[in-house]
Design a binder for this molecule. Structure first.
Ligand code: ADP
Ligand code: MG
Length: 902
C-alpha cells in the first residue's frame, strides 16, 4: 500500500506520463523514479533515494527551487517536457495540495532566458487527412504553427500534388522546436513519420485532430460562429492542426491562449519553393556544416552577411524574409523601392539608425503584457521604445516610397499606453519595493503614508524613551522572533518604567515591549501586507488594461521591425556596393559582374573576381537558333565552380526577397522554384551521402522543375564510378535542357562532359580559366566560354602540399595516359590488404627495382590501389593511412626510401 504522500505523487505523475515531473517539496523541486534517473544523467546530478514511508524507497534527484528555470531550460533544449508541480494550498496540517501549474515544452517556452533572441521558436502541428486507398498516402495535409513568444499563429493546407515536398519545405523553413501529431502518425510504420523525421514530435490524442470538433474548438476560442474571417473555413486539416495547438497550449500553459487572438491562413505557392537541400547548399541561414557551438562558422551564411539589424525583432524578420522569397513582382518592387530610397538617402539612414539602436525586443515585450507576465522593467522598456515612435514617424514624413509611407501610417505611437506606463510603473532602480509609483493610486498612497508614519513613530521611539527613562544606552531593535523590542542593559534595569513588559533575557541585559509598541508593530505589518496586496492587484489591472492595446502595439512593433530590416538591407547594399536588380516576368537571367555575397565578405583583402551569367528567355525569338538555357561549367577542383553556381542562385534569391544584389547589373526573370543538389562527395559531412540519395534528389528535380525554375547541380553523378557518373550526368543534362527547359547551371570536374554542348542546342560550355606558369596552375577565377581541357589534378595536389616527388611521379603517370577503367578491366584488385603486414615484402621487392625498369608494374599497382578506393565509404583516418601507405610505396618505387631513412 503506498503512503498517501506517495499516492498523491503517483496520481499527478499518471496525468503527465510524457513529462518529467518537477515536484515541489520545501525549497526544492524533486524528481522521482525514472524521472530522477533521467535528470541525474542529463544534468549530471547526484541520484539519491527517498523514503515514502516504511518499505518504500524510490530514486530521487532534485534541484533548488530558485534554479529550476536554468535546469528546465537545459532539459527542454534536449527535447524533454518538464511539468512544474507546485504547492497550491497554504502549508498547514495534513497533506499539502499540489497541482501542475505549467508544463515547459520545447515549443511553448516563452521565458526570455530560454529563447534565442534572433530566431523564432515554433510549435507546429501536422494534421494528416484520409489516405488514398491506392497509394496509401494522405489526400491532404494541414499544418499550423505558433510563435508563442509573440503570438503569431498561422495555418496552411496542401493537397496530394504538393505532398510531401511542400510540407517538408515549409517545415525546413520553420524548423519547429516541437511538432504535434496524432498517435496514428507517430507510429514508426506510418508513412508520414518519415516526412517528419528530424523534428521533435509530441503525440496528441487522435481526436485532437478531428476536423469537426476542431472547428468548434477554434470558434469557441475566438468567440465566433464561423471561421470565414480567418480564411480557413474550407481548410479542414489546417483547422484541425490549429485546434490541436489550442488544445495543447491549454494543457501546458493556459495563459498563453490570451495571446492567440488571430489566425492567418496562408498559401505557400506565393513563395519561391526551396527545400532543405537548397537552404543548406546556399547556406541561407545556417552554415552547411554547422559545428555545434562553433562561433567561427557564424559569418558564413547569407543571413549573417546581410544582418545589420539593430533589434531582435528586426533580426527575426530578416531571417524570415530570407526564408520566404516572393514570386510576385509588384510586391517585390514595393520592397525594393523602400530599400532603394534608404540606399539613396544617407541623411534618412543617419536619422533612423539612432532611433532603432538599442530599441530592444518590443515585439516580445508586447506579448508578455498580453500574457500578464511583464515585469516593471519590461513595461518601462516598452514605454521608452514607444517614446521614439513619434520621431520615427516624423523622419519618414517626406519619404517617397509607398512601403515607407505605409509603414509610417502603421506606426501608432500608442501614446495612451505609453503615458499609462510612465504614470503608473515604479522605476525598479528606486527600490521602493513596490511595482507602482507614488501618485498613481490614492488608496495605495494612503496606505504607504500610513505605514511610513508608523515607521517614523518607531524610529522616534528610542529618543523619546531615553528621555523619559533617563537611560542613555536604551535601544530599540527588531528581530524576527520577537519583533520590535526595547533593550536595557543590566546596570539600568532598576530604572525601567512599570509599563515595560519583559520579553527576553540576554547576556548584557533585558528586552522589553510596551503595549503601544506592539500596537504600532501590528499596524506596520498589516500595512505592509495590504500595500503589497493592493500594489499587486492594481498592477495586474494595469497589465489587463495595457493588454487591450496589444493588437495596436503589435502593428507598431511590426512596422519598426520592418524598418530595421530594410535599413539593414540598405546599409549592407551601400557598404558592399550592391545594385538594385531589375525584375522581369520572363525566364531570362542576366548578371553582369556578379559576386558571391558571403565569400566576398570573408575574403580578407583578397579581391573577389566578378563573373557574368547569361541565360536566355525560353521563348526568346531574337535568336535564330535555340535560346541558351543551361551552362555547363568545367574546371579543376578549387577553381571556383561551386562558388560561381551558388553566387548565381544567391543573387536570384536576394532579388526575390527585395534586397539589392552583389553585381554591377542584374536582370532576373522571376524564379518559381530553386533547386540545388550537391554531388555525394562534396557533401560527405551530411553523413547520408549515398549515391542512392543523390539520385533520388536528382529525380525529384527532373520531375518538379519548370521553365521558370533555377537549378544548380554541383558535381552530380560523382557518387559512383566515373563512367557511371558521366553517363548519368549526361542524361540529366539532356533531360533538363530538352524536356524541362529549366534554367540550369551544372558544374563538373569531368571535362569530358563539355562535349555535350556541341550537340545540345540549349547548352553552352564554360570553363574556369586557369593559367599555367612553370608547370604551376594559377586559378584566375574567371568564367570564360569553352571547355576545360584537363583537370589540373596534379597541380592542385602540388598546391595542397603533396611532396614534389609524388606530384612529379603522378605527372609522369598521367603523361602515359593510363585511364583507370582500362586498368580495372585488366586486373582488378581490392585494396583491403593490410599495408603494415605486406609492407616488408614491398620494400624488398622495390629495392631490387631501379627507376626506369620494372616501374610499369609498380605504377600499375599504385594506380589500381588508388582507383579501387571507395571514397564515399572511407573515414578521414582511413584516408590518411591510405595516403601514407601510397606515399610510402611511391617513394619506394622512386628509390627515395633509403635517402629518407638515412
Ligand atoms: P570548385 O568548386 O571549383 O572546386 P570552389 O568554388 O569551391 O571551387 O572555390 C574554391 C575557393 O576559391 C573558394 O573557397 C574561394 O575562396 C575561392 N574563390 C572561388 N571563386 C572565387 C572568385 N570569383 N574570386 C575570388 N576567390 C574565389
Ligand atoms: Mg566544387
Amino acid at each position: 500500500m503506498p503512503t498517501p504522500a506517495r499516492r498523491q505523487y503517483l496520481d499527478i505523475k499518471a496525468r503527465y506520463p510524457d513529462a518529467l515531473l518537477a515536484y515541489n517539496i520545501g525549497d526544492f523541486y524533486e524528481f522521482f523514479d525514472h524521472d530522477a534517473e533521467t535528470i541525474a544523467r542529463e544534468l549530471h546530478l547526484t541520484l539519491t533515494a527517498r523514503s515514502f514511508g516504511p518499505g518504500e524507497v524510490v530514486p530521487l534527484a532534485g534541484v533548488p527551487m530558485h534554479a529550476i528555470e536554468v535546469y528546465a531550460a537545459r532539459l527542454v533544449a534536449r527535447g524533454y517536457r518538464v511539468a512544474i508541480c507546485d504547492q497550491v494550498s497554504p502549508p498547514g496540517r495534513g497533506l499539502v495540495q499540489r497541482a501542475v501549474t505549467r508544463v515547459l515544452t520545447p515549443g511553448t517556452v516563452v521565458e526570455p532566458g530560454m529563447l534565442a533572441p534572433a530566431r523564432e521558436t515554433y510549435l507546429a502541428a501536422v494534421a494528416i487527412g484520409r489516405r488514398d486507398p491506392t497509394t496509401g498516402l494522405p489526400r491532404a495535409v494541414g499544418l499550423a504553427w505558433v510563435d508563442a513568444s509573440v503570438g503569431a499563429f498561422a495555418c496552411a493546407q496542401w493537397s496530394a500534388d504538393d505532398l510531401p515536398h511542400a510540407l517538408q519545405a515549409e517545415l525546413a523553413r520553420l524548423s519547429p522546436a516541437e511538432t504535434l501529431v496524432s498517435a496514428a502518425v507517430a507510429r514508426d510504420d506510418a508513412p508520414e513519420r518519415a516526412w517528419l523525421h528530424p523534428y521533435t514530435l509530441s503525440v496528441c490524442p487522435d481526436d485532437a485532430f478531428e476536423p469537426e470538433s476542431a472547428r468548434i474548438r477554434l470558434c469557441r476560442h475566438f468567440g465566433v460562429a464561423t471561421l470565414a474571417a480567418y480564411g480557413c473555413e474550407r481548410l479542414p486539416l489546417a483547422t484541425a492542426a490549429a485546434a490541436a495547438i489550442i488544445q495543447y497550449i491549454e494543457r501546458v500553459n493556459a495563459p498563453l491562449l490570451a495571446l492567440l487572438s488571430d489566425l492567418r491562413a496562408y498559401d505557400t505557392h506565393g513563395y519561391v519553393e526551396m527545400d532543405a537541400h537548397v537552404l543548406r547548399a546556399l547556406e541561407v541561414v545556417e552554415p552547411a556544416h554547422a559545428v555545434e557551438g562553433g562561433a567561427s562558422q557564424q559569418g558564413a551564411t547569407l543571413l549573417a552577411t546581410l544582418d545589420a539589424t539593430r533589434t531582435p525583432m528586426g533580426a527575426r524578420l530578416l531571417r524570415r524574409t530570407l526564408l520566404h522569397p516572393l514570386r510576385d513582382r509588384a510586391a517585390l518592387e514595393t520592397r525594393l523601392d523602400a530599400v532603394a530610397e534608404l540606399v539613396e538617402r544617407l541623411s534618412l539612414r543617419q536619422r533612423l539608425a539612432p532611433l532603432l539602436d538599442g530599441l530592444g525586443d518590443l515585439e516580445r515585450l508586447a506579448a508578455r503584457i498580453a500574457q500578464g507576465a511583464a515585469v516593471p522593467r519590461e513595461l518601462l522598456a516598452l514605454a521608452s521604445g514607444l517614446g521614439r515612435a513619434p520621431a520615427v514617424v516624423e523622419t519618414l514624413a517626406d519619404c517617397a516610397a509607398t512601403a515607407l509611407g505605409e509603414t509610417r501610417a502603421e506606426l501608432d505611437p500608442c501614446a495612451d499606453a505609453r503615458d499609462l506606463i510612465v504614470r503608473a510603473v515604479a522605476d525598479p532602480a528606486e527600490a521602493t519595493g513596490r511595482l507602482l509609483r507614488a501618485g498613481y493610486s490614492a488608496d495605495l498612497d494612503a496606505l504607504v503614508d500610513g505605514a511610513s508614519e508608523t515607521r517614523q513613530w518607531i524610529a522616534a521611539l528610542e529618543g523619546l524613551e531615553r528621555e523619559r527613562t533617563g537611560i542613555r544606552s536604551l535601544k530599540v531593535g527588531y528581530n524576527k522572533v520577537f519583533g520590535y523590542y526595547i533593550e536595557v542593559t543590566r546596570p539600568n534595569l532598576a530604572r525601567v518604567p512599570s509599563d515595560y513588559q519583559r520579553r527576553q533575557t540576554i547576556a548584557t541585559g533585558e528586552r522589553f515591549v510596551t503595549a503601544e509598541l506592539k500596537e504600532h508593530e501590528a499596524q506596520a505589518l498589516h500595512a505592509e501586507e495590504r500595500i503589497a496586496a493592493l500594489d499587486g492587484e492594481l498592477y495586474a489591472a494595469l497589465l489587463a488594461e495595457l493588454a487591450r492595446s496589444h493588437a495596436r502595439l503589435r502593428r507598431t512593433v511590426g512596422a519598426l521591425a520592418r524598418l530595421d530590416c530594410w535599413l539593414s538591407l540598405a546599409e549592407v547594399a551601400v557598404a558592399r556596393r550592391y545594385t538594385r536588380p531589375r525584375l522581369a516576368d520572363d525566364s531570362a537571367l542576366e548578371i553582369v559582374g556578379g559576386r558571391h555575397p558571403v565569400i566576398e565578405a570573408t575574403l580578407d583583402g583578397v579581391e573577389f573576381i566578378a563573373n557574368d551569367t547569361r541565360l536566355d528567355d525560353l521563348d526568346d525569338l531574337a535568336h535564330d537558333d535555340e535560346p541558351t538555357r543551361a551552362m555547363l561549367l568545367t574546371g579543376p577542383n578549387m577553381a571556383g565552380k561551386s562558388t560561381y553556381l551558388r553566387q548565381v542562385a544567391l543573387i536570384a534569391l536576394m532579388a526575390q526577397v527585395g534586397s539589392f544584389v552583389p553585381a554591377a547589373r542584374a536582370r532576373i526573370g522571376l524564379v518559381d522554384r530553386l533547386f540545388a543538389r550537391v554531388g555525394a562527395e562534396d557533401d560527405l559531412a551530411r553523413g547520408l551521402s549515398t549515391f542512392m540519395l543523390e539520385m533520388v534528389e536528382t529525380a525529384f528535380i527532373l520531375r518538379h522543375a519548370t521553365p521558370r525554375s533555377l537549378v544548380i547541380l554541383d558535381e552530380v553523378g560523382r557518387g559512383t564510378s566515373s563512367a557511371d557518373g558521366l553517363a548519368i550526368a549526361q542524361a540529366v543534362i539532356e533531360r533538363l535542357c530538352s524536356v524541362t527547359g529549366a534554367r540550369t547551371l551544372f558544374a563538373t570536374h569531368y571535362h569530358e562532359l563539355a562535349r555535350l554542348a556541341e550537340t545540345l542546342p540549349r547548352l553552352s560550355a564554360w570553363r574556369m580559366e586557369v593559367a599555367e606558369r612553370d608547370g604551376q596552375a594559377m586559378f584566375l577565377r574567371r568564367v570564360v566560354p569553352g571547355a576545360s581541357d584537363h583537370s589540373y589534378g596534379v597541380q592542385v595536389a602540388r598546391m595542397a602540399g603533396l611532396p614534389a616527388d609524388v606530384t612529379a611521379r603522378a605527372a609522369a603517370l598521367l603523361s602515359q595516359r593510363l585511364a583507370p577503367p582500362a586498368l580495372v578491366a585488366e586486373r582488378p584488385i581490392a585494396y583491403a590488404r593490410d599495408a603494415a603486414a605486406d609492407g616488408a615484402d614491398e620494400v624488398v621487392e622495390a629495392e631490387r627495382l631501379r627507376i626506369g625498369d620494372g616501374l610499369a608494374s609498380e605504377e600499375r599497382e599504385l594506380a589500381l590501389a588508388l582507383a579501387s578506393v571507395n571514397l564515399v565509404a572511407v573515414t578521414p583516418l582511413e584516408a590518411l593511412n591510405l595516403l601514407f601507405s601510397l606515399q610510402q610505396r611511391a617513394r619506394v618505387s622512386l628509390g627515395m626510401a633509403d635517402r629518407e631513412r638515412g
